[in-house]
Write a protein that binds this ligand. Sequence first.
Ligand code: FAD
Ligand code: 2HG
Ligand code: ZN
Length: 454
Amino acid sequence: MAIPGPDVVRALRGIVGDTHVLTEPDVAASYLTDWTGTWTGEAAVVRPADTAEVADVMRACAAHSVAVTPQGGNTGLVGGSTPTPGDDRPWVLLSLRRLDTVGDVDSQGRCVGAGAGATLASVHAAAAGAGLAFGVDLAARDSATIGGMVATNAGGIRMIRHGDTRAQVLGIEAVLPSGDVFTRWRPLRKDNVGYHLPALLAGSEGTLAVITRVLLRLVPAAARTAVALVGTVDVAAAQRVTRSIEASGRLIEAAEIMTRAGVDLVAAAGVRAPFDSGTTLLVETAGDTGDLSEALAAAGSDVVDAVVEAGPAREAWRLRESHTETIARSSTTPVVKLDVSVPLDRVQDLVDRVDRLAAAAGVRAVQFGHLGDGNIHVNLLDVPLDDQCTAADRVLRMVADLGGSISAEHGIGRAKAASVGLGRDDVDVAAMRAIKSALDPCGIMNPGAIFADP
Ligand code: FAD
Ligand code: 2HG
Ligand code: ZN
């Protein structure tokens, strides 16, 4: 079944036009398999042009009990953006990419409205045009959409400085499963009238409503930035270096960590690595407090090697941002991708334990991530298919033991749905389910994501 029956398809075509309902498998294929290539589902792809069409589509889906998975750039890494594999209920993949308008920047109010389908890069460009910046950034910026970023509460490389995507949401417009349109759209920094529903939709992964527009907070653009690649013996030393730079009065814009396995892999793929070291820290700073090299000198013997660049330092960032794609190309089996966080004083312990676990299992571990947030991306390569669930479970239990989170920034999707109990207790999960049932009583919003329902 999966593709809704002819009456429903006709109704959907009546709403969005014939060319925006895709039912042929080869035409719909790129929407129905996720970025990792591990998750493929079946559905009719529906591409509305605006909020009114989204609302009509939702009404039609609710009337016929059709499941709906909202999708933006399809760059999510946890299998949340495509329908559940093998689930044969009628399903619509709702692509929001045509809602890609970015409004005029309000320079005084420091905000901008963007359609759910606007890419992160287009919001950065609009903000820069007004001498401002949007405080969230990540490597998938040319494809990831604002709707998807809010729905996953994306973190990224600037989170240490400006917080997560939720923290940037001043207002939101969303279509509820009933087709009703919910709007909070005021550029107020302070507004405590009842529950913060926009914050609830941030991180809801398409399970509560379809986000159609977002009013985003903007920040002053960083002045006089500098980037250093710093070689250290281990992660703990990189943390001390970061603290030492902070103590020099500079603002830390990003503090990213790469372990040797990842740097070697990316270097072998042709991206220049300036030195060999156990661990490489990429630190970006802003502010006029003298030469960054002087701040590094103050870190003493914790700095084994260092290269400092003024300005955007594209090569240094390429080393860091090439990791995900290079890893995906380098594994003989689908990569076991785990996105975890631990308290800052446990990061070294986590990295060491994962390396030991991988060595004992005879697989490769590539660990990197957002050091400032205690967020490590654990990627296990060459894990035999039959061992993948066990390997993931062992790492997630280790993280839980260290007092960490089994999902730092990518969300739960379908990939981690069975592990939610490692991150939340029964009362917590029951409260989340109650919210889901209240907003989505028929359970049509992205079934299988977050909650591992049959
Ligand atoms: P999709 O993948 O299309 O969807 C993701 C989830 O959001 C799904 O559950 C979907 O149903 C839901 N959704 C999408 N749009 C809507 C909507 N309009 N309304 C309601 N629900 C919706 N993530 C980070 O957090 N930090 C990083 O640093 C980072 N770096 C990345 C680097 C690379 C190279 C790649 C490939 C991915 C990276 N990601 C990162 C993951 C991904 O880019 C983010 O999760 C991003 O927010 C997803 O946006 P998207 O538009 O592609 O959403
Ligand atoms: C990043 O920080 C992304 O680059 C992707 O969150 C992480 O590939 C990964 O594991
Ligand atoms: Zn990340």
